[in-house]
Write a protein that binds this ligand. Structure first.
Ligand code: ADP
Ligand code: MG
Length: 310
């Protein structure tokens, strides 16, 4: 006989610290062995992308690209080529607000050490920020940086990509109800015991408060905020989302959440809308039928895209 108590026991959760963030997975299945295998697989998928795309791992493909791709074209894995192609697509869609070459200047910031580049260093490198410097050759699956100072970073898209990989793996194992999140990127498979999942958007100025909670099923949401990595100096907040035009933190809004079917797009679009600001950003999302946006502006007012019906 199925009692509610038994139902609860069919859920299992696991957390880990990977890709510099908190990974959380929750799966539902009657078979405890399969549940454990599924949770392990989520972490394997995350670690796999971490090894390929981390800027902190010397041997990662990303680090190798930053070392070598401005000298000569470098062949890369299918996954790297796919993420770089998606990144270009997102740069074109967002008129350059999402641009992985932000790192050409971005690598000079160290938020933990409270380090930031001076104006001269930014001026000297700002021309290296342009996604068009990245030459992707489909035939040889190789990557070339057509400017000597280009560096790339996938911090605005890799977590979303990894979450989608994990969800795909869960589906292939026969899991029909699950949550996978990596920091601000969350994707849901099915519902939670006949009810939607409830996903929170935190208050950008209070880690213990939710600004909004959103019911979701079979969907995904990513949030970008100016509170994830930052330091303050003379009353100014220096944070990790940079405007590719200026090489400096973007101060248009405090937080952006994007709801859409796949985490990889949500992840990149939340970063892009953060840079684009309220009007342009929500304007872009209103032009994309599959996506919705929730933006908190600098006066802590919430704004919603048309599909959220407010
Ligand atoms: P989080 O990493 O906190 O989940 P985001 O998804 O908003 O937040 O990603 C922020 C990360 O994206 C930064 O830490 C940096 O690695 C990268 N990034 C910053 N500015 C840009 C930009 N203009 N375009 C693409 N990526 C960016
Ligand atoms: Mg993002």
């Amino acid at each position: 006989m199925l009692t509610p108590f038994v139902c609860v026991a069919q859920w299992q959760e696991q957390t880990a610290g990977i890709m510099g963030t908190n990974i959380r997975a929750e799966v539902f299945h009657i078979d405890p062995d399969l549940r454990q295998k599924a949770l392990d697989q989520v972490m394997i998928e995350m670690e796999h992308i971490n090894q390929l795309m981390s800027p902190y791992i010397q041997s990662s493909e990303l680090s190798q690209l930053n070392l070598r791709a401005s000298n000569a074209p470098m062949e890369v894995s299918d996954e790297m080529f796919k993420v770089l192609s998606l990144s270009r697509e997102l740069s074109e869609l967002t008129n350059g607000a999402f641009d992985i070459t932000f790192a050409s200047v971005g690598y000079l910031y160290d938020y933990r050490e409270k380090k930031r580049p001076n104006d001269e260093s930014i001026d000297a490198l700002i021309e290296a920020i342009d996604y068009r410097h990245i030459v992707l050759d489909d035939a040889s699956q190789s990557v070339y940086f057509a400017h000597p100072d280009v560096k790339i970073d996938l911090g605005g898209i890799a977590k979303g990509y990894a979450v989608d990989n994990a969800i795909r793996a869960l589906k292939a194992m026969g899991i029909e109800h699950a949550l996978v999140s990596a920091g601000g990127d969350t994707r849901l498979l099915g519902d939670r015991m006949g009810k939607p999942w409830i996903v929170g958007i935190r208050d950008p100025r209070d880690a213990n408060k939710q600004a909004v909670v959103i019911p979701l099923e079979d969907s995904a949401m990513s949030t970008s905020g100016d509170y994830e990595r930052y330091f303050e100096e003379d009353g100014q907040r220096y944070h990790h989302i940079l405007s590719p035009k200026t090489g400096r933190s973007s101060y248009e809004v405090q937080s952006v959440s994007i709801i859409g079917p796949e985490s990889v797009y949500n992840d990149a679009l939340s970063t892009a809308v953060f840079v684009m600001g309220l009007e342009n950003g929500i304007g872009l999302i209103n032009s994309l039928p599959e996506f919705e946006a929730i933006v908190m502006d600098n006066h802590r007012r919430m704004h919603y895209s048309n599909g959220l019906g407010r």
